[in-house]
Design a protein around this ligand. Sequence first.
Ligand code: SAM
Ligand code: SF4
Length: 345
Amino acid sequence: MNKPVNKLLKDNTLVDPFNRHITYLRLSVTDRCDLRCTYCMSEKMTFLNKTEILTFEEMYRLCRSFIKVGIKKIRITGGEPLIRKGIMDLFEMLKPHLSSDLNELTLTTNGTQLHKYANQLYSNGVRRINVSLDTLDPTKFKLITRIGKLEDVLSGIDAARDANIRVKINCVALKNINENEIEKFVNWCIEKDFDLTFIETMPMGDIGNESRLNHFLSLEEVKKSLTSKYKLEDITLSTGGPARYSKIEGSDIKLGFITPLSHNFCSTCNRIRIDATGVLHQCLGQSESLDFRKILRDPFSTNDKLLEIIKNSVKQKPEKHSFAYDFSKEEIKGQINRHMSLTGG
Ligand code: SAM
Ligand code: SF4
């Protein structure tokens, strides 16, 4: 039997069956993007109809309810969040929570629109952002993103820095593509004072003729090769995420490694994701989900009912993802059909 709502509210925390406290919500605001990164999307994507995507009011109502039960950090993501029309409205709605019950409001972006929005993001309380960038070579940038211009991202990053927003670079490590740029990336981030996180490519969504197996680069190997060039010291920075961090001797930056494939760190996972259609995904690499859009659009659903459903939803959070590449059999295990661009990375 479900607990009564007032008892649920008294608990004021979301704790899953594996005793993990869920305090971090990633909200995807669109499945659309102005780039077509080869590891993320196929060249010809079919995007959702606008009516399928939650309105900002619906997103805010959900966020407010999640904040009530202990969410302390919200990351806005996508698709590309900054291409959604009126996106600053959502930041404006969430901003007042930063002075009471929310610790951080942040963003993951490909950076192409940052030059337009950096100052407004700062005014809306955003102090740190993640910018995804996989190469510093303009030709390769075009190859990876199919349609992007590196200079747009670089000027966006400069605009964020000028607006006093701290930038962390997220770079997907790709065999035979940016493998030879790893050191260059580290040096560039040291010079610019940006934290840097490398990510292993995950088997999510159809990417057409591209091969994930061919481009998978184990970060265990990357880290080993960096150790011969830099003095890395592992640090215990508990973000509840899949990244493990090191300090580079002689610099102030943090170097992160997100290794869902070569190393599983699910035991400390503190996050849940809501996609642009209002579906809650308990785990990036599993299919357990709950459709909040239906509940939000039901004229009889009260805020108390919504809170009760949220509280009960974490009971479904799985223990871990099942992603795995088997190179000997050229097989991908645990492939998830949804694209990362829908769920939000
Ligand atoms: N468009 C924004 C961006 O690129 O930062 C936000 C959404 S994007 C889906 C979020 C992150 O997911 C990016 O850092 C991207 O590199 C990463 N990503 C996308 N598909 C991935 C995959 N299959 N495996 C690993 N990372 C992926
Ligand atoms: Fe767009 Fe981000 Fe996916 Fe690249 S990784 S296609 S920028 S959503």
